[in-house]
Design a protein around this ligand. Structure first.
Ligand SMILES: [Zn+2]
Length: 187
């Protein structure tokens, strides 16, 4: 994001708009997103035992469904996407998020969908990624890479993170300061 975009995001969060995204901006942003989340939290904590009891085993394709996303303008490598293969327990929620994004000024984010179910470990680690349970989605990877610091060097809009937060999904950019393409259904 540009300094001006960071400043306007800080204004929205009610903090000093100096364009410098430090620990205070990070903490305020995380708290702001948390407040948007449902009061009864829908997703499991990010511990293997909790994930396993809620989602089942990593790579268990019997838990997956083909979510119909036709009409939402989702593109993968510029080709229209009709269905997204995701975990059955996140499907309705994911559809609501994508519908909200599609109806917003940020619909362009969906024009660069980069995957949901993928049976692989977390980047740079050995723990299974939430992608291995079909409970994570990547969007607009070109400008929100794993090593691109958000928001200085990545452009995932706060508004899109807010739409995911309304369904209880975590935004990697706001929470881990990188990999801003990534959203996952955990607390
Ligand atoms: Zn991801």
């Amino acid at each position: 994001m540009t300094t001006e975009q960071i400043k306007s995001m800080q204004t929205r969060l009610g903090i000093t708009s100096d364009g410098f995204w430090g620990p205070k901006s990070t903490a305020t942003c995380q708290a702001w997103l948390r407040k948007l989340m449902p009061s009864t939290y829908p997703w499991p904590e990010q511990y293997e035992a909790k994930l396993a009891s809620f989602y089942g085993s990593p790579g268990d394709e019997s838990k997956l469904v083909n979510l119909d996303v036709s009409g939402l303008g989702v593109l993968y490598d510029r080709a229209p996407v009709k269905t997204i293969r995701c975990h059955g327990r996140v499907a309705d929620s994911l559809h609501r998020v994508l519908t909200a994004v599609h109806a917003s000024p940020f619909a362009y984010i969906l024009e660069d969908y980069a995957g949901c179910f993928n049976d692989r470990p977390m980047r740079g680690g050995t723990a299974p990624s939430l992608h291995s349970r079909g409970a994570a989605i990547d969007l607009r990877p070109g400008t929100n890479g794993n090593l691109d610091h958000w928001p200085d060097a990545a452009d995932m809009p706060l508004e899109v993170m807010a739409m995911f937060a309304a369904e209880g999904w975590l935004a990697a950019g706001a929470n881990w300061g990188r990999d801003a393409m990534h959203f996952q259904a955990t607390r």
